[in-house]
Ligand binder design. Structure first.
Ligand SMILES: [Zn+2]
Length: 305
């Protein structure tokens, strides 16, 4: 199984800019593909990757500013043209379902594949998705309109078996493997306990990814982000514009770096830069003063978590 990774399809803010795309990301976690936000041009960006669009079954929309969802209708329409038949679930604030339905109605088109909307409305953190490998939670953010970030967590990995050691104990059968992989000791028929560490390798750490865009500086968010392996946090402004950032519900480079530091995250990716700043490396320079492991991403490149 490939290690979990993200591909950033776009990280620009709302005004269009040549060769830059608004917010959208793909997360591959334990072989699940999740699309996070869907700004204009997401579909054409996706076509430049090896990601198979049809394998995306869950789309997460942080909020209803256009630079975070204007690309959605075209993707839904393509799925119809490609005769998708598997369920697609969209997690988004109230209103998106209505927007999509109005579009379908007035374009006299149909969506014949199962499409489900999960309306996000809580201002508290909620678990919104779980399967056997992954759990996903909202991250309540503070922006001009109702907004969530998303926290993606791998579930505890099973331990890898030391088959040579196991084979030496004849009474261990294949049906016993799963409980040993979960970390239990093996108890022989004569009552002897075989410690789990003798039968398995150390458990591989489960990884987590947090997506925070758009939001003003809000240290309360740190409690949701503790020890995440990778954090994406918006930095619309350089720090000299901190008052403007706060007024517009956005963060500065220093704000993002402080959140990363307080959260004890391992790596910070910044984005959602305002076009007023032509030299994007200034964002990194500022953030690095507070949090060293900060990067400005390249689009369409895999970043392993
Ligand atoms: Zn916004």
């Amino acid at each position: 199984m490939e290690k979990s990774f993200i591909i950033i399809l776009g990280y620009n803010s709302s005004l269009p800019f040549y060769n830059h795309h608004p917010t959208s990301q793909i997360l591959s976690m334990k072989n699940n593909l999740f699309l996070i936000d869907c700004g204009e041009g997401t579909q054409t960006q996706l076509l430049k990757t090896k990601i198979k669009m049809n394998k995306i079954n869950n789309i997460f929309i942080s909020h209803l500013h256009g630079d975070h969802y204007f690309g959605l209708i075209s993707i839904l329409s393509t799925y119809q043209l490609l005769r998708r038949n598997s369920l697609l679930t969209i997690y988004a604030p109230k209103g998106l379902k209505e927007i999509i339905e109005i579009h379908i109605k007035w374009s006299n088109s149909n969506i014949n594949y199962p499409l489900r909307f999960v309306v996000l409305s809580s201002i508290k953190q909620k678990k919104i998705y779980e399967n056997k490998n992954v759990k996903i939670y909202t991250i309540p953010l503070k922006h001009k309109i109702y907004t969530n970030g998303f926290l993606f967590k791998e579930k505890k990995n099973f331990k890898r078996l030391k088959i040579d050691k196991i084979k030496k104990i004849k009474e261990i059968k294949i049906k016993d493997y799963r409980s040993i992989q979960k970390g239990y000791n093996y108890i022989k028929k004569n009552g002897t306990i075989i410690p789990n560490k003798y039968l398995t390798y150390n458990r591989i750490k489960s990884l987590s990814y947090a997506f925070c865009s758009d939001t003003k500086y809000n240290p309360e968010v740190v409690k949701y982000l503790k020890n995440v392996d990778l954090l994406y946090h918006e930095t619309t402004y350089l720090h000299k514009y901190k008052d403007l950032a706060n007024k517009r519900g956005h963060s500065t480079s220093i704000n993002a770096a402080k959140i990363a530091k307080k959260s004890n995250t391992k790596k910070l990716i910044i984005g959602h830069f305002s076009n007023r700043f032509t030299n994007k490396s200034m964002f990194k320079k500022e953030a690095k003063k507070i949090f060293k492991n900060t990067i400005i991403p390249k689009t369409l490149v895999k970043y392993y978590i």
